[in-house]
Ligand binder design. Structure first.
Ligand SMILES: [Zn+2]
Ligand SMILES: [Zn+2]
Length: 239
């Protein structure tokens, strides 16, 4: 085969790289991860000792310190497949910088399994401010909500707007994060009487989820639960 024909074949059948380890491999049905990293991702499941209400770590037989300290008062229950570490963390980063859809696929599939059999009226992605959306090109929460909707049939409802830019949460202390996002979100849709499932990429302190849930309850939602791809635990690489 001459070189030009080889280059054309490379274009038609590109070698995909695993989004976690960068290993080149054959493109197989649009999968984001190689077999090894897929197995590693399964090892990052939120363990059984998580608080069933908020998914924070708890010691056996003891109540959840986070919930006792106030936790997420506006959130009825939290669901997430993975701890925010390793391959799960890398996929979440790819959700922000691309390739967006490929990174969203395995996360959304696992998120959908977390809520299978549960009833919600709509999935509500955490919005970006319009300036942030323009800069980034995609909203990672909307990508995940779209994927979860495809698997579960629960409709997506863009019921929230972010009315002001906030600083990057990861650069702030826990207390500063709460002030940073407080009242940053507002409902723009009629959600009266609905049980909504708020969708985000990762929960760290929960300040964003709490502010979104508060806004939806203020607009008449009956209940708000939270579904994220990952949850950060103390001691992990939770940035
Ligand atoms: Zn890999
Ligand atoms: Zn808890």
């Amino acid at each position: 085969m001459n070189r030009a024909a080889g280059a054309v074949l490379d274009l038609l059948f590109p070698q995909a790289r695993c989004l976690n380890c960068g290993e080149p491999r054959e493109l197989d049905a649009g999968s984001a991860l190689c077999d090894g990293c897929r197995a590693a991702l399964e090892g990052l499941r939120v363990p059984g000792n998580a608080c069933p209400r908020c998914l924070s770590p708890t010691k056996a037989g003891e109540p959840c310190g986070y919930c006792l300290g106030g936790g997420l008062p506006s959130v009825r229950a939290a669901y997430a497949p993975f701890l925010y570490r390793g391959a799960a963390r890398r996929l979440v980063v790819h959700l922000k910088f691309g390739p967006f859809e490929l990174a969203a696929r395995p996360l959304a599939a696992a998120m959908a399994r977390c809520v299978s059999g549960l009833a919600f009226d709509a999935l509500v992605p955490v919005p970006l401010h319009r300036r942030g959306l323009r800069a980034r090109g995609a909203n990672q929460s909307a990508l995940l909500a779209g994927g979860v909707s495809g698997e579960t049939g629960i409709p997506v409802r863009e019921a929230l707007v972010k009315r002001r830019e906030t600083r990057r949460q990861s650069s702030l202390s826990a207390r500063a994060r709460e002030t940073n996002v407080r009242l940053a979100f507002k409902a723009r849709d009629n959600v009266r009487g609905l049980h909504l499932l708020l969708v985000d990429d990762v929960r760290t302190t929960g300040a964003t989820a709490q502010d979104c849930a508060r806004a939806l309850l203020a607009a008449g939602a009956e209940a708000v639960s939270l579904l994220t791809a990952a949850v950060a635990w103390p001691g992990g690489e939770d940035g």
